[in-house]
Design a protein. Structure first.
Ligand SMILES: *Cc1c(COP(=O)(O)O)cnc(C)c1O
Length: 230
């Protein structure tokens, strides 16, 4: 237990150092890059170790699992930021908005409308990121690059959502850099300042291409407890 605590603290310190170095190498300031610690499928002790080490921004990919993990912890950590980085079914929108500060995976009109309607009914307005399927993989969520501009406009004007940025998960078997560059281009032409891109294996590359949020799981916490397909 104590070992795990100090190991996670050491991993966090190392990832933060590497973020600083990558930012400096790209001529950027380290505070421009936020580390999102991805706690999906990690045991409670790992989550508590990260909190004890001062980590405050966390990513989860399933609403129900996140509720189980965070509902009891939220009240004790007022400056916590929870980010949904996995697919959201529109019928789970109310639950998601009750828990998450940021929804990174808005990718279709039905979901954007469901969020707007929940907010109109009094739900807390989330920060919205649009997920872009930069690799146009049929099994992967996200709006296609060609439809991104139109969908961003729909979210902003049709739904009055506050769109903060874009998110992508590059194909596992391709060089991620071109996907990061594509996401950055789509963000720039839509005047979006934030980019959630880069995971344990490629967050330094993502920072080079302008990532403002890197989503790191296994490099902090080790292997997850169950295998998941995506
Ligand atoms: C699991 C997950 C991550 C973290 O992946 P690691 O390779 O463990 O860092 C990042 N982003 C998303 C969307 C994920 O589902």
């Amino acid at each position: 237990m104590t070992d795990q605590l100090s190991e996670i603290a050491a991993n966090l310190a190392q990832v933060r150092r590497r973020i600083e170095k990558a930012a400096a190498a790209a001529g950027r300031q380290a505070p421009e890059v936020t580390l999102t610690a991805v706690t999906k499928q990690q045991p409670p002790a790992a989550v508590d170790a990260a909190l004890a080490a001062g980590q405050r921004v966390f990513g989860e990919n399933r609403v129900q699992e996140a509720q189980e993990r965070w509902e009891g912890r939220r009240a004790a950590v007022p400056d916590l930021e929870l980010r949904l980085i996995g697919p959201l079914q529109s019928n789970k929108t109310a639950d998601a908005l009750a828990l998450f500060d940021v929804i990174e995976t808005v990718d279709r009109p039905k979901l954007a409308k469901a969020i707007a309607e929940a907010v109109a009914r009094g739900a807390r307005a989330p920060k919205v990121f649009i997920q872009v399927n930069t690799g146009e993989e049929p099994q992967k969520a996200g709006v296609s690059p060609a439809e991104a501009d139109g969908f961003i406009a729909f979210c902003r004007e049709g739904c009055e959502l506050k769109v903060h940025g874009l998110m992508c998960i590059p194909p596992a078997d391709e060089e991620p850099a071109m996907h990061f560059a594509l996401l950055a281009r789509i963000a720039a032409r839509n005047r979006l300042a934030q980019l959630s891109m880069g995971m344990s294996g490629d967050y330094e590359t993502a920072i080079r291409f302008g990532a403002t949020h890197v989503r790191v799981g296994s490099a902090l916490f080790g292997a997850r407890q169950h295998h998941v397909a995506s």
